[in-house]
Design a protein around this ligand. Structure first.
Ligand SMILES: NC(=O)c1ccc[n+]([C@@H]2O[C@H](COP(=O)([O-])OP(=O)(O)OC[C@H]3O[C@@H](n4cnc5c(N)ncnc54)[C@H](O)[C@@H]3O)[C@@H](O)[C@H]2O)c1
Length: 324
């Protein structure tokens, strides 16, 4: 019988790519999403859709009774700035909403593996020298990252005390088709829009701040492998945590140049004052995931940006076509 996965946040950017991949692998895919940022057009036709909130009793019932082999938990309030403006809302969704699902697994009879979407970009903070290794100290600097860290602590607890089978994937800055400007790699969406408008690209500060940009197709494959591979025992907090990145830091200036190349554009780059509190350097060691899952990023930055820009350009075409 086909294996069953429930993907929360499956109408969103990363979740819809994850859903496509599980379907290609022959799984039965169900999606739970309240469409707060997710979109119906992202839902694959072959997936069964439940329009629900992860904080609801219906969501808990679905998880408890759905006989899922795997829960890929991606639904979240994912806007770092929004978490700063409203930490209560952020924690309600990202911590309490997650606990609602974990308690449902505990109450149910299926041994459902949880694959959780944590953050490699924001969990380590600024006091470590990249490449960031999973066991580095954590110094989350936003309510968003604090909530992700809290969930990882809960998962380790559920693993030790209740035998929950869980893995935390600490994603870098994920970019690709269907992304929006509010995520951790929002700059790719913003720059793509500016290029399409023929406007200059604004870089804050000197533009030397680095991030680990990882293509969404590679992230989906890491997620699928984490759902299916045999994993190390849950001992310490970081035992079941895996960075998902490229191992390389890319500066904003390099990213701007690469995107302009991908788009064949010569719009200028302009500088604006540095934004307070912005992290300077962040990129991830990927040695552990390579050893544990045999995963390596397959898509280069140039290829990934080309695909992403083409998607944004095609979206404009569709919108213009629809407006005519
Ligand atoms: N994009 C990145 O660079 C990145 C980096 C690290 C971690 N992550 C994490 O990966 C996950 C997916 O992010 P994304 O970039 O695809 O964002 P996204 O906003 O496209 O996806 C999140 C989905 O969750 C849904 N959702 C939000 N609140 C919900 C709720 N209360 N109940 C049910 N559904 C709800 C939204 O409608 C959306 O479809 C998030 O947990 C995010 O924190 C993303």
């Amino acid at each position: 019988m086909a294996q069953r996965v429930l993907i929360t946040g499956g109408a969103g950017f990363i979740g819809s790519h994850v859903a496509d991949l599980f379907l290609r692998e022959g799984w039965t895919v169900e999606i739970l999403d309240n469409l707060v940022t997710g979109k119906r057009v992202n839902l694959p036709a072959k997936a069964r859709f439940h329009e629900m909130d992860i904080r609801s009793t219906e969501a808990a019932r679905l998880v408890r009774e759905g006989k899922f082999d795997v829960l890929v938990h991606l639904a979240a309030q994912m806007d770092v700035r929004k978490s700063v403006a409203d930490p209560v809302f952020d924690a309600n969704t990202n911590v309490v909403g997650t606990l609602n699902l974990l308690e449902a697994i505990r109450a149910g009879e299926s041994r459902t593996r949880v694959v959780f979407s944590s953050t490699g970009g924001a969990i380590y903070g600024d006091f470590v020298t990249p490449p960031n290794v999973e066991t580095f100290p954590k110094d989350p600097e936003s309510p968003y990252a604090i909530a992700k860290y809290a969930v990882e602590l809960y998962l380790a607890y559920y693993g030790r005390v209740h035998g929950l089978d869980a893995v935390s994937l600490r994603f870098g800055n994920v970019y690709g088709p269907r992304q929006d400007p509010h995520g951790e790699a929002g700059v790719v969406a913003i720059f793509s829009g500016r290029i399409l408008d023929g406007q200059p690209l604004t870089v804050f500060g000197d533009g030397e701040q680095t991030r680990d940009y990882v293509f969404v197709g590679d992230v989906a494959r890491a997620t699928w492998l984490a759902a299916t591979a045999s994993l190390p025992p849950q001992e310490r907090l970081d035992s079941r945590a895996l960075n998902v990145g490229t191992g390389a830091g890319t500066s904003v200036l390099t990213l701007a140049a690469a995107l302009k190349r991908a788009a064949n554009s010569d719009v200028p780059v302009q500088h604006a004052p540095k934004r307070p509190g912005e992290q300077q350097t962040s990129f991830l060691s990927v040695a552990k995931i390579e050893k544990t899952l045999g995963w390596k990023p397959a898509v280069s930055l140039d290829e990934g940006l080309r695909e992403t820009f083409e998607w944004f350009a095609a979206q404009r075409g569709t919108a213009a076509g629809a407006a005519r």
